[in-house]
Ligand binder design. Structure first.
Ligand code: 2DT
Ligand code: MG
Length: 212
C-alpha cells in the first residue's frame, strides 16, 4: 500500500536590521496563518535554548569573548543542529516562519571584516528558504525606533555595514518590503506574499539546499 503524501510546508525567513520589526511581524504572520488552519511554527536563530545557543547568547551579551571565526561557526552550527528537525517538519507539512537565518550569519560576520565567501561556506547544505522577507529600513531610522539594546552589534555604524552585506546576498527568493510603512501595511504585504509561497510549495515546488 502506498503512503499518503502530504503537501510540504514552506521555509519562510524574515530578515532585516535590528529594530526593523522582524520579531513582531513574525508573530503576527504566524497567528494569521494558524488562523487559516495551516500547520505553522515560529522559529528563530540563534536558537538560544541549546548548548551552542547558550554559548552564543553569552557572547552576544558580552559575558564571553570569542574569536570572530569561532562565533561565526557556532552560529552556523546552531542552524546545523536544527537541520534534521527542520526538514522533517517541512516534509510532514508544517510551515516554519523563522526570525533570522544564514543571511544574518553572513551579513553580521562580513560586517566585522571576515571574507564574504568564507562566511557563506559553512551554510552550504542547509535548507534553502522558499522565501526571504526582507524588512528594509535605513539604519538611521532603525536607530531612532526606541534605540537599541545593549547586546553586541546593536550600534548604528555597525548596522550600516550589515545592511550593505545583506544587499549583496539578495537572490530570487527575496521579497524586499518597505519596513518604514505602517505596521498594518507591512503585515498585509507579508501575508499576501507568504500565502503565495505556501501554495507554490503545496503544489510541488521542490526543497533545495543553500546556496543554489
Ligand atoms: P536577535 O537579536 O535576533 O536575537 O539576534 N546574528 C544572528 C549573527 O551574527 N549571526 C547569525 O547567524 C544570526 C542568526 C544578529 C542576535 C544577534 O545575532 C546576530 C543579531
Ligand atoms: Mg537583537
Amino acid at each position: 500500500e502506498s503512503k499518503t503524501s502530504v503537501a510540504r510546508g514552506s521555509l519562510i525567513i524574515l530578515e532585516g536590521l535590528d529594530r526593523s520589526g522582524k520579531s513582531s511581524q513574525c508573530a503576527k504572520l504566524v497567528s494569521y496563518l494558524q488562523g487559516k488552519g495551516l500547520s505553522v511554527e515560529a522559529w528563530r536563530f540563534p536558537d538560544r535554548t541549546t548548548v551552542i545557543g547558550q554559548m552564543i547568547s553569552s557572547y552576544l551579551s558580552n559575558e564571553s569573548h570569542l574569536d570572530d571565526k569561532v562565533i561565526h561557526l557556532l552560529f552556523s552550527a546552531n542552524r546545523w543542529e536544527k537541520r534534521a528537525l527542520m526538514e522533517s517538519k517541512l516534509t510532514s507539512g508544517t510551515t516554519l516562519i523563522v526570525d533570522r537565518y544564514s543571511y544574518s550569519g553572513v551579513a553580521f560576520s562580513a560586517a566585522k571584516g571576515l571574507d564574504f565567501q568564507w562566511c557563506k561556506a559553512p551554510e552550504e547544505g542547509l535548507i534553502a528558504p522558499d522565501l526571504v522577507l526582507y524588512l528594509d529600513i535605513p539604519p538611521e531610522k532603525a536607530a531612532e525606533r526606541g534605540g537599541y539594546g545593549t547586546e553586541r552589534y546593536e550600534k548604528l555604524e555597525f548596522q550600516k555595514k550589515v545592511a550593505e552585506h545583506y544587499y549583496a546576498l539578495r537572490d530570487s527568493s527575496w521579497e524586499v518590503v518597505d519596513g518604514c510603512l505602517k505596521m498594518e501595511s507591512v503585515e498585509e504585504q507579508l501575508r499576501e506574499i507568504a500565502m503565495n509561497c505556501i501554495s507554490k510549495c503545496q503544489n510541488g515546488k521542490p526543497l533545495v539546499n543553500l546556496w543554489s
